[in-house]
Design a protein around this ligand. Structure first.
Ligand SMILES: [Zn+2]
Length: 330
């Protein structure tokens, strides 16, 4: 009836209000008595949760917010606005070509990453542009270093700009495509910044699964992914650098394709550098002073007590070009 079992509701009351199971049961039984057993146990638990100010998930409601998503959430339909669409990434698994696409979506509560693995769903995204509203179901939620991620499944149904659905604007500069200054960055923000690479460290590498890009282990002469079994490993770079926009400097980390965009190296050249780190010096000189636009998430590094940027999209930025654009728009 409410899309939640009695046990689910009791657990929510325990989690949110710190009551014991016994205390809740007493309240439920009282209520059942008062209403002469006219309602179900679930119904009584639902009323008590309401009285305690707990908002239970109501599947019929259309205003489920990104802020309220948590991993394990089920049976929800989400409406969100597309803020940015990133390049489709291809990978090879067991000689089959796979694809994945990330988007940044948001509503008036928060932004998060939307991850799409299904090729027919990815082709639907061809028609989608920033500003469009997406409505979809059958997804799951994951926590990652980029914050909350919403992953579609093969059975997710997607509607583009469904009629009558309104999604509020995310109250962040990023969603409006505006740049944020490094001096103004705060923790857990999704931002876009523009600046210059002022220091770069030798890239690190790890062996990863070509599909899920997670670290793999080496067993009996084979690389093994926990999820995908024996695979042909790929060498994945991680690049750490300092990024300066004139108002401040931030330690920045780039993974995989984003690191490769900065390094501008083929897979073979990357393997060469992994074997022979001295060769990186030359590349480092080229990279220093280059200008980029990064979007990503600001994370707190507790160990060093500093903010860091975890980049999820990279584009080249040319000061001259931008100045010209500015002039022509006047
Ligand atoms: Zn894998």
């Amino acid at each position: 009836m409410f899309g939640m079992t009695y046990e689910d509701i009791v657990q929510r009351i325990i989690d949110e209000k710190g009551l014991t199971k016994q205390e809740i049961e007493i309240k439920v039984n009282d209520r059942l008595k008062k209403l002469s057993d006219l309602i179900s146990k679930e119904g009584a638990a639902h009323i008590i949760a309401n009285e305690l100010g707990i908002k239970l998930i109501d599947q019929s409601k259309r205003d489920f917010k990104i802020k309220n998503l948590f991993s394990g959430v089920r049976g929800i339909t989400l409406n969100a606005r597309v803020i940015a669409k990133y390049d489709v990434r291809e990978f090879n698994r067991n000689n089959t070509l796979g694809k994945v696409q990330n988007l940044l979506i948001g509503d008036d509560s928060e932004t998060c990453r939307l991850v799409i693995w299904d090729t027919s769903q990815i082709s639907i995204m061809d028609k989608v542009n920033p500003g469009d509203i997406l409505r979809f179901n059958e997804f799951y939620v994951k926590e990652s270093s980029f914050g909350k991620e919403v992953h579609l499944t093969n059975s997710s149904k997607i509607e583009i700009n469904p009629s009558g659905v309104v999604v509020g604007e995310t109250n962040s500069d990023f969603s409006k495509g505006e740049l944020v200054k490094i001096k103004d960055l705060t923790e857990s923000q999704n931002v876009m910044i523009q600046g210059t690479i002022v220091q770069v460290f030798d890239p690190r590498f790890y062996d990863a699964c070509p599909e899920c890009r997670k670290k793999v282990t080496f067993e009996n002469g084979m690389f093994k992914c926990n999820e995908h079994g024996n695979i042909k490993e790929i060498s994945v770079p991680i690049l750490n650098l300092y990024f300066d926009d004139g108002t401040g400097v931030i330690r920045t980390v780039l993974f995989r394709e984003n690191a490769k965009k900065i390094l501008c190296l083929s897979d073979e050249e990357l393997i060469e550098i992994r074997k022979n780190p001295d060769k990186f010096n030359e590349i480092k000189e080229r990279i220093l002073g280059e200008q980029y636009k990064f979007s990503g998430r600001v994370n707190k590094n507790e160990v060093y007590d500093r903010l860091e940027l975890n980049v999820n999209s990279v584009s080249r930025f040319d000061a001259k070009e931008t100045a010209q654009e500015l002039i022509s728009s006047l």
